[in-house]
Design a protein around this ligand. Structure first.
Ligand code: DC
Length: 224
């Protein structure tokens, strides 16, 4: 069970909804730790890709989740992810890794084995956790739960800008198709599907910028 004295804020939503940037802003403002749970699924996917494992085979992927050697180090802006002591920042954000992450994330055994790893991020004074099932499964007792939504068109545009800024090539039509496919897979899986927790505040962010969404979330927290 969760330590009642540690304040947990969950932010869930589909890929490209802006929940990662929102979680970073909220964590900074509150002085809390941050868990980017998508990065954990991405690190596992990278490991599976490196080993040439069939991503759709639960029996092959699940053992990797058990012995995953990962850590995050503080960076200038974002934290730096390490897999087996190697900085994998560049590979981690690639579309191919996100797609592979969505495939390994479908397996119930994998999700179960990553639970304690994710819960281990809870530390005083608090944690902001972003992902797909933070409010529903990983931190059901969280003090505040948010679900960030944005239309697939807006998300594809945001992702396009993000990739361009990182100097990576991108095609907007392809991104939109990939987002639709990933949404379908994340929403329809049998365990921990992407759905808002019953007690989550759903924020429609298509017409809001990051500063506005951050303010909305922070004022909701401060009001309580
Ligand atoms: O948030 P992201 O795009 O980095 O996540 C990559 C994939 O990982 C996503 O398509 C589904 C999976 N994921 C998940 O199943 N549960 C989470 N809590 C976070 C990510």
């Amino acid at each position: 069970m969760q330590d009642e004295n540690v304040f947990v804020v969950t932010i869930d939503g589909p890929s490209g909804s802006g929940k990662g940037s929102l979680a970073l802003n909220v964590a900074r403002e509150l002085g809390f730790h941050l868990l980017d749970s998508g990065a954990i699924y991405r690190l596992l996917a990278l490991k599976a890709l490196q080993q040439g494992i069939d991503l759709d085979d639960e029996q092959q992927v699940a053992p990797l989740a058990e012995e995953l050697d990962i850590r995050f180090e503080a960076g200038d802006e974002l934290s730096i992810p390490f897999l087996d002591n190697v900085d994998v920042s560049a590979e981690l954000r690639q579309e191919r890794t996100g797609d592979a992450a969505s495939r390994v994330a479908r397996h119930p055994l994998v999700r179960e084995r990553l639970l304690s790893l994710q819960r281990g991020f809870v530390r005083p004074p608090g944690l902001v956790a972003d992902g797909r099932d933070m409010g529903t499964v990983v931190f059901p007792d969280a003090r505040f739960k948010f679900f960030l939504y944005a239309s697939p068109e807006i998300r594809a545009q945001r992702r396009y800008k993000q990739l361009k800024n990182m100097g990576l090539s991108a095609n907007i039509a392809q991104l939109q198709a990939d987002i639709a496919e990933r949404d379908e897979r994340d929403q329809s899986r049998s365990v921990s599907p992407l759905v808002p927790a019953e007690d989550a505040l759903v924020v429609e962010s298509s017409l809001l910028d990051l500063a506005q969404v951050t303010e909305l979330v922070l004022s909701h927290i401060r009001d309580k």
